[in-house]
Design a protein around this ligand. Structure first.
Ligand code: ATP
Length: 304
C-alpha cells in the first residue's frame, strides 16, 4: 500500500475538446462507435477531498450540478471504495470552471479527479490500469480525463492511444448561454441521418499528421465533428458563433463534442487575444476564454 495522507487532497483536472469526432452507426446497446481525438486544455475544475463521516459532494459555482452519488465525482469515490473494500467516507468540494453540459466533459473530469484524489487520500496502491478500468466503467470520457494530453479514443471513446503533438495550440473558447444534453445531440444526429446525409468526418489519420507537423493552420484544416450538424440543428445560433470567430481571424472553428461550447483555433497567443476581444463584443456567445493545450490529466496539486 502507498502511504495514506491525512488530507485534504487537492486535485486539478482539465476540460477536453475533440479535434476530430467521427460517429459510427448506433449500436444495439444504444452507444455509437467513435473515433475521436481528445485534447486537454487548461480550463480546470479543482476538487478538495477530505475525510468525513459519510460521502458528500458540494459544488461551488453553477447550481444545476447534482450532489451525492448522482454527481459523477461521488459515483467515482464510491466505485473506488467498492474496489478497495472500504466505505467512501469523504467530503468532496468542487470548484467548477469547466462549463456544465458544455461538451467539455466536466462531469467526467470531476470523476477522474475524484478517483485520483481518493486513491491518494486512502493510499491505494492501484496500478494506473486499474484506475483506468474503473474510469471506463464510470463513463466514456473519464479515462481521457485521467491521462490528458492529446489522444485518439476508440470504442465509446474509452480506449486510448496517446498522440504525438509537437507544439502548444492556442484556443479561444466561446461559451454559450444554452446547454445541450449529450443524449439529445446523438438522438438528433440519428434523426438527421435518417432523413438525409449530413456531412461525415473523414479519416483520423489526416488530423494525426497535422498534429505531428505542429502547424496550427494544418490542424485547423482537419478539425471536424460529426455531432456539429446536430448541435447546429438544436441551437442554430451556434453557426453565428463559429462564423464570428472565423471573421475575427480564427484559423478554424468547431463545436466541442456535443456542444454548445465552440472551440476556435488561433495562430498564436497574440492572435487568440485579438479573436477573444472581438468575439466578446460580437454578441454571439455568453463569454469567451482563452485556453492552451495539451495539458496533463487529473493531478494531485496539494495534500494536508
Ligand atoms: P460530455 O461532453 O462528457 O458529454 P458535457 O461536458 O456536455 O458532457 P457535463 O458538464 O459533463 O456535460 O454534464 C452533463 C450532466 O452531468 C450535467 O447536466 C449534470 O446533470 C451531470 N453531472 C454529474 N456530475 C457532474 C459534475 N461533477 N459536474 C457537472 N455535471 C455533472
Amino acid at each position: 500500500m502507498a502511504r495514506e495522507v491525512r488530507g485534504p487532497v487537492r486535485v486539478r483536472v482539465p476540460a477536453k475538446i475533440n479535434l476530430h469526432l467521427a460517429v459510427g452507426a448506433r449500436q444495439p446497446n444504444g452507444y455509437h462507435d467513435l473515433v475521436t481525438v481528445f485534447h486537454a486544455v487548461d480550463v480546470y475544475d479543482e476538487l478538495v477531498i477530505s475525510r468525513a463521516q459519510r460521502l458528500s459532494v458540494r459544488t461551488s459555482g453553477p447550481h444545476d450540478v447534482p450532489t451525492g452519488t448522482k454527481n459523477l465525482a461521488g459515483a467515482a469515490a464510491r466505485a473506488l471504495a467498492l474496489r478497495l473494500g472500504m466505505k467512501a467516507s469523504v467530503a468532496i468540494e468542487i470548484a467548477k470552471q469547466i462549463p456544465v453540459a458544455g461538451g467539455m466533459a466536466g462531469g467526467s473530469a470531476d470523476a477522474a479527479a475524484a478517483l485520483v484524489g481518493c486513491a491518494a487520500l486512502w493510499g491505494a496502491d492501484l496500478p494506473r490500469d486499474a484506475l483506468g478500468e474503473i474510469a471506463a466503467a464510470l463513463g466514456s470520457d473519464v479515462p481521457f480525463a485521467l491521462s490528458g494530453g492529446t489522444a485518439v479514443g476508440t470504442g465509446r471513446g474509452e480506449r486510448l492511444s496517446p498522440v504525438l503533438s509537437r507544439t502548444p495550440l492556442h484556443w479561444v473558447l466561446a461559451l454559450s448561454d444554452g446547454q445541450l444534453s449529450t443524449p439529445a445531440v446523438y438522438a438528433e444526429l440519428d434523426r438527421l441521418r435518417q432523413i438525409g446525409s449530413p456531412p461525415r468526418t473523414g479519416a483520423v489519420q489526416a488530423m494525426l499528421t497535422a498534429l505531428a507537423t505542429g502547424d496550427p493552420a494544418m490542424v485547423a484544416a482537419e478539425m471536424s465533428n460529426d455531432l456539429q450538424p446536430a448541435a447546429f440543428s438544436l441551437l442554430p445560433e451556434l453557426r453565428r458563433t463559429v462564423r464570428a470567430g472565423l471573421d475575427a481571424g480564427a484559423l478554424g472553428g468547431i463545436v466541442s463534442g456535443s456542444g454548445p461550447t465552440v472551440a476556435l483555433l488561433a495562430a498564436d497567443p497574440a492572435s487568440a487575444a485579438g479573436i477573444a476581444a472581438e468575439l466578446a463584443g460580437s454578441g454571439t456567445c455568453r463569454s469567451v476564454r482563452i485556453a492552451t493545450g495539451p495539458v496533463p490529466g487529473a493531478r494531485v496539486v496539494g495534500t494536508g
